[in-house]
Write a protein that binds this ligand. Structure first.
Ligand SMILES: [Ca+2]
Ligand SMILES: [Ca+2]
Length: 263
């Protein structure tokens, strides 16, 4: 089965499959400044986007803070194999660093063809590739990337975030588009969101979680084993602790309701 991508569709507040407002601050902050716990976001290993279930992903342009005009591509390896350009030029007319002739508006998105269970996905950006076709692509598969003393995270140029409590959880990906001198390691030169479906998301989140410290060096980051149901367990424990301290339950409606008379 070959890969294909549908036409660019516009964001319609309230009816498009994601909530743009929830992620609009991501692009305006440098990676290390994001308060992940406050935003309920977790760092995810961007090289571990493996899909154990069939799904037709949707990919959205969240923002960009780049002067470059950069194509973004997706590579599939496994049951589905191929390489396809997702956005020919990840530049917006209303993004953080807008340009008048850019092809995209924040929130634009595309539907991908179905990816079969057992496929590894990788994304890559060709920095300023619209202008310089010979530029070296930077992939979420960091083994393909160069390293540079200007970028302490290199060869990692992509970071990923996820909110496991979202009703439709997504993987958010941001890249740094300069390898050498001039690299500012902000990882917000382009930000996209990927809907891999709830089952694939759970599998990715369980194996690729890097915790909630935004300041870690992505090069040394190690996955922390994490399961969705243990997160729920922690939530339940938190609620019990609050109740024991005489918290919210005193104000709960059943405490203020008059007791029904005994027969
Ligand atoms: Ca731009
Ligand atoms: Ca940058």
């Amino acid at each position: 089965m070959s890969l294909s991508v549908g036409p660019i569709q516009s964001y319609v507040p309230g009816s498009t499959w994601f909530d743009l407002t929830k992620y609009s601050s991501l692009g305006t902050q440098e990676r290390v400044s994001i308060n992940l716990a406050d935003s309920n976001l977790w760092l995810i290993d961007s090289s571990d986007l493996y899909l154990p279930y069939n799904y037709a992903p949707r990919i959205a342009f969240i923002n960009e803070g780049a002067g470059y005009q950069s194509p973004v591509s997706m590579t599939a390896n496994g049951s589905t194999t191929g390489d396809i350009t997702v956005f020919k030029n990840l530049s917006g007319t209303n993004s953080i660093l807008p340009s008048r002739n850019a092809p995209l508006k924040v929130g634009d998105w595309v539907q991908m063809s179905e990816i079969l269970a057992g496929t590894q996905l990788n994304f890559s950006v060709k920095p300023n590739g619209v202008v310089n076709a010979k530029a070296i692509s930077l992939s979420t598969n960091y083994k393909l990337n160069p390293t540079s003393t200007s970028n302490p995270n290199s060869p990692i140029f992509w970071t990923a975030y996820a909110d496991p409590k979202a009703s439709k959880p997504l993987v958010l990906l941001g890249y740094e588009d300069i390898v050498g001198k001039g690299s500012d390691n902000d990882f917000n030169d382009g930000i996209i969101a990927i809907d891999v479906g709830p089952d694939n998301f759970k599998a990715i989140f369980a194996s690729a979680n890097l915790g909630q410290d935004a300041t870690i060096n992505l090069k040394d980051a190690e996955a922390v084993p994490f399961e969705m149901h243990s997160a729920l367990g922690l939530l339940v424990m938190g609620a019990i602790a609050l109740a024991r301290r005489g918290g919210w339950w005193k104000h709960a409606p059943w405490h203020t309701r008059p007791q029904s008379p005994k027969p």
